[in-house]
Design a protein. Structure first.
Length: 610
C-alpha cells in the first residue's frame, strides 16, 4: 500500500512557506494569548476558592485532589502533544485542547459532588496541557528566530501574570461573583472561577478555527498516513505518563497527605524512578521518540532544562509563601496581600517584555539570563531575611527584584531553545521546557513546603508557653496551625470554642471539688470561675499565637533560603548557556550546527524552505 512506505511530505503539506499577515495574524496572536491566560490562570486560581468549594460539596477529605487532578493531567500530556504536533501538525491538536478545556470548565462549574469536580478538573487539565504545550510552539512557527524575541517576551509576561495573579482573581470571584438565580447562589459564587473561562475561551476557539492554518508547521517525519500513525511512540508515551503521575503524586502527597517516609510516598517516588529509567531506555530505540535523547547533547537545550526547573520551583514557591508571610506575619488581609504582590507581577511583565526587546536588538541572551538569575537570587536572599519588623516598602522592593529576574527568564528560555533547534523539532523542544517548568513548580513547592512545615513544627515546640499542656492534642494542633494567623474568622472561632470549653471544664471541676457553694451564691461563683477560666484560655492562646508567628517567620526564612539555593544553581547554569545567533530566516534555522538533529530532518526542513 502506498500509505505504508515512507514518503517525504511536500512543502505544501509541511507549511514551510506559510506566513500570517494582517488581521489573520492579529487574530491568531490574540487567541493564543487568551488561551495561555486562561490555562495558566487555572493552575492557581482554584486555590483560594477551595475552602468554599469543599464546604458546599462536602469533600474535605478530597480537598487537595481538586488541584492535583488538574496538575497531573496537564503535566502528563505536555511532552506527548509536543512530539505529536511535530509529526502531524499543530492546529487540530490545539483546537481539541481548547475544546477539552472549555468542556472541563463548564462541567466543573456545574459539578454537584466533589468526585465530579475532580473528574472534570482532570478533563480541564488535559486541555490546558495541550494548550500550554502548543502556544509557545505556534509563536515559533509564525515568526523567524530574529522576529520571535519581542513576542516570546510578551507571551512570557502573560504566563507570569497568570501564575501570580490567579489566587487573587480566584478569591475575588469567590467573594464577589454575581448571583444568577438558583444556578449561582451566595454560597456557590465559586462556580465563576470556572464559568469565567467560557466566553473568553469561545472567542479564542473561533479565531483559531478560522485563522490558524493547518499547515503552519513543518512536519518532522518523512512518513504520512497509516505509516506515520504506526510510528507513534505509544510505549514511550505510556511510560512518560505513568512516570510523571507517580512523581507528581509522590511530591504532592509528601508531608501533606502522608509523611515522607510513608509507604505511599516512597512507593510513588520509587515507581517514578523505575518508570523514568524504562522511559529513557525505550527512547533510545524508538523510531519517533516522545523525547529524543540527543536533544540533551545540545548545550543550549541541556542548560535551559536546568533553568526551566529552577524558574518553575522559584515561581510557585514564592506564589505560595509570599502571601502567607504577608498575611500571617505582617497582618495583611487576603485582598491586600494580593494587591501588595502586584509590584512583582508588574515587574515580571516589564522584565519579560524588556528582555525580549533587548534580545531582538542585540541578538544575544546569555548576559540577560545571568542578570536575571543574579536578581532573582538577591531578591530571594532578602526574602530569607524578612522578619515581623519588615515594612511593606521593603517587601515590595524585594518583590520587584525577584519579579524582574523571573521576567527575563520567561522571555528567554523558550526563545533560546527554539533558536537552537530546527523547525522540525520546535514542538518537542518547546514542550520539554514547559514540562520541566511544570515539574519544577511541584518540586519547588514540595521541597520548600516540607522545609517550612518541619521548621515551624520544631520551632513552635521550643517556644510554647508553659500552660500549653492544658490543651488537648486536637486543640493544640488547631492552635498551632498557621491558618489561625491568616484567617480571622478561623481564629475567632477557635478562641471562642476554647473559652467555652475552658469555662465548662473549670465549673465542672470546681463543682466536683465542692468549691461552688449551694444557694444564692452558686450562680455568681460559677460565673466568676467560668470567666476566669475563659480569660486564662484566651491569654494562653494569645501567647501561642505570638509563638506561632515567630515560628512562621523562621519557617518561611528557611524556605526562602532554599529558593536562594535554586537561584545559585541557576546562576551557575547561565554561565554554560551558549549564545546562538538568531537566524533571520527559517532556512537558516534549519541548518544550524548547534541543533542536534538527524541529517534527514535537516534535509526535510531545507527542502521546504528552498
Amino acid at each position: 500500500m502506498a500509505s505504508s512506505v515512507p514518503v517525504p511530505s511536500s512543502p505544501a503539506s509541511q507549511g514551510g512557506g506559510r506566513r500570517l499577515y494582517g488581521f489573520a495574524l492579529v487574530s491568531v496572536l490574540a487567541a493564543l494569548m487568551l488561551t495561555l491566560l486562561l490555562e495558566a490562570l487555572d493552575q492557581t486560581i482554584v486555590g483560594t476558592a477551595l475552602p468554599k468549594i469543599v464546604g458546599q460539596l462536602n469533600g474535605f477529605s478530597l480537598y487537595t485532589w481538586v488541584a492535583t487532578a488538574y496538575l497531573l493531567a496537564s503535566s502528563t500530556v505536555i511532552p506527548i502533544v509536543g512530539k505529536l504536533s511535530d509529526q502531524f501538525g499543530r492546529k487540530w491538536f490545539f483546537v481539541v485542547g481548547v475544546v477539552l478545556f472549555l468542556l472541563g470548565s463548564l462541567l466543573s462549574g456545574l459539578a454537584q459532588t466533589i468526585e465530579q469536580l475532580i473528574a472534570f478538573r482532570a478533563l480541564q487539565g488535559l486541555g490546558a496541557g495541550i494548550g500550554i504545550s502548543l502556544v509557545f510552539t505556534v509563536v515559533g512557527d509564525i515568526f523567524t528566530p530574529a522576529e520571535r524575541p519581542k513576542w516570546q517576551g510578551i507571551f512570557g509576561a502573560v504566563y507570569g501574570i497568570s501564575s501570580v495573579f490567579g489566587p487573587t482573581l480566584g478569591g475575588w470571584l469567590t467573594d464577589h461573583g454575581p448571583i444568577i438565580g438558583t444556578l449561582i447562589s451566595d454560597q456557590s459564587r465559586w462556580r465563576w472561577v470556572f464559568f469565567v473561562n467560557l466566553p473568553i475561551g469561545i472567542i479564542a476557539l473561533v479565531a483559531l478555527l478560522i485563522y490558524l492554518p493547518s499547515n503552519i508547521s513543518v512536519a518532522s517525519s518523512r512518513y504520512r498516513g497509516w505509516a506515520a500513525i504506526k510510528r507513534i511512540d505509544i510505549v514511550g508515551a505510556a511510560l512518560a505518563s505513568a512516570a510523571t503521575i507517580s512523581l507528581l503524586l509522590g511530591l504532592t502527597w509528601g508531608g501533606q497527605t502522608y509523611p515522607w517516609n510513608s509507604i505511599e510516598v516512597i512507593g510513588a517516588l520509587v515507581a517514578a524512578v523505575v518508570l523514568f529509567v524504562g522511559f529513557f531506555f525505550v527512547e533510545r530505540s524508538a523510531a519517533e521518540p516522545v523525547l529524543p535523547l540527543d536533544l540533551f547533547k545540545n548545550r543550549v537545550f541541556a542548560n535551559v532544562s536546568i533553568l526551566s526547573l529552577g524558574v518553575g520551583a522559584t515561581l510557585l514557591s514564592l506564589a505560595y509563601y509570599l502571601p502567607l508571610f504577608l498575611q500571617g506575619v505582617l497582618g495583611e488581609s487576603a485582598t491586600n496581600s494580593g494587591a501588595v504582590i502586584t509590584p512583582m507581577t508588574v515587574s515580571i511583565v516589564i522584565g519579560s517584555v524588556l528582555g525580549g526587546l533587548l534580545v531582538g536588538r542585540t541578538g544575544r541572551y546569555q548576559w540577560l539570563t545571568i542578570i536575571g538569575a543574579v536578581l532573582l537570587t538577591i531578591g530571594a536572599f532578602f526574602f530569607s531575611r524578612m522578619t515581623a519588623t519588615t515594612t511593606l516598602l521593603q517587601a515590595t522592593i524585594f518583590m520587584v527584584c525577584v519579579g524582574f529576574g523571573l521576567g527575563l527568564f520567561f522571555s528567554i528560555l523558550t526563545l533560546a531553545v527554539q533558536n537552537a533547534l530546527p523547525r522540525t523539532r520546535l514542538g518537542v523542544g518547546t514542550a520539554a521546557t514547559r514540562y520541566l517548568q511544570q515539574i519544577g513548580n511541584t518540586l519547588g513547592v514540595a521541597i520548600v513546603g516540607t522545609v517550612v512545615n518541619n521548621t515551624i513544627a520544631d520551632d513552635i515546640a521550643k517556644h510554647l508557653p508553659a500552660g500549653a499542656q492544658q490543651l488537648t492534642a486536637q486543640g493544640l494542633s488547631a492552635a498551632t496551625n498557621p491558618q489561625v494567623l491568616v484567617s480571622p474568622p478561623y481564629q475567632s472561632t477557635l478562641v471562642g470554642t476554647a473559652k467555652q470549653y475552658a469555662a465548662k471544664s473549670a465549673v465542672a471541676q470546681a463543682q466536683a471539688q465542692g468549691k461552688i457553694p449551694p444557694g444564692a451564691q452558686h450562680d455568681a461563683v460559677a460565673a466568676t470561675i467560668a470567666q476566669q477560666a475563659a480569660n486564662s484560655a484566651q491569654h494562653l492562646l494569645e501567647q501561642i499565637f505570638v509563638a506561632l508567628k515567630q515560628s512562621l517567620v523562621v519557617g518561611i526564612q528557611h524556605g526562602f533560603q532554599l529558593v536562594v539555593l535554586f537561584g545559585v544553581i541557576m546562576i551557575v547554569a547561565t554561565f554554560f548557556l551558549k549564545d546562538v545567533p538568531l537566524a533571520k530566516s527559517f532556512h537558516e534555522q534549519a541548518s544550524k550546527p548547534e541543533a542536534p538533529t538527524a541529517a534527514k530532518e535537516q534535509d526535510i526542513a531545507s527542502s521546504v524552505e528552498s
